[in-house]
Design a protein around this ligand. Structure first.
Ligand SMILES: [Zn+2]
Length: 151
């Protein structure tokens, strides 16, 4: 078991939007796990959740991309995922399309009632299939600003 480290000065815990109160302790830093375990769909695209989901379930799709709803469990005005239809990271042809697509989706979400901002995230630790999260921050919910919205 690793050593518990104090929260550093200037850490997120000091931000006014920090969503937790009371005693807050960081978990001990775990030792590295090498090699890392495979992500969903890594090595075998037939096991990929995205590739197995019919494109007919998408909110929108074209020849190369799909946009899927993330369901209602996030309780946000909008939460969607933009993903290529192919199982890959980001080839140059798709990269050239990405900026305009992200802008289109962001603008479509921003016209919804009660949306102040759209956050776009890419983490990629859970699934090997490239995916971008777009999450709408409710207007006036300042505690959900920035990195605290996904938290
Ligand atoms: Zn895939």
């Amino acid at each position: 078991m690793g050593e518990r480290l104090p929260l550093p000065d200037g850490s997120l815990a000091g931000w006014t939007a920090f969503p937790f109160e009371g005693d807050f302790q960081a978990k001990p830093l775990q030792p590295p796990v090498l090699p890392e375990p495979a992500r969903n769909g890594e090595g075998d695209p037939t096991e990929c959740r995205t590739c197995r989901t019919p494109v007919t379930e998408a909110l929108w799709a074209d020849e190369h991309w799909r946009l899927d709803a993330l369901g209602t469990q996030l309780r946000l005005p909008a939460a969607v995922m933009l993903q290529p239809r192919g199982h890959y990271d980001l080839p140059a042809e798709r990269a050239a399309e990405l900026g305009p697509l992200l802008q289109r989706v962001e603008r479509a979400i921003l016209v919804l009632d009660g949306v102040a901002r759209v956050h776009i995230n890419r983490w990629g630790d859970g699934g090997a299939h490239l995916h971008f999260w777009l999450m709408a921050r409710p207007a006036g919910m300042l505690q959900l600003r920035g990195t605290f919205l996904p938290v």
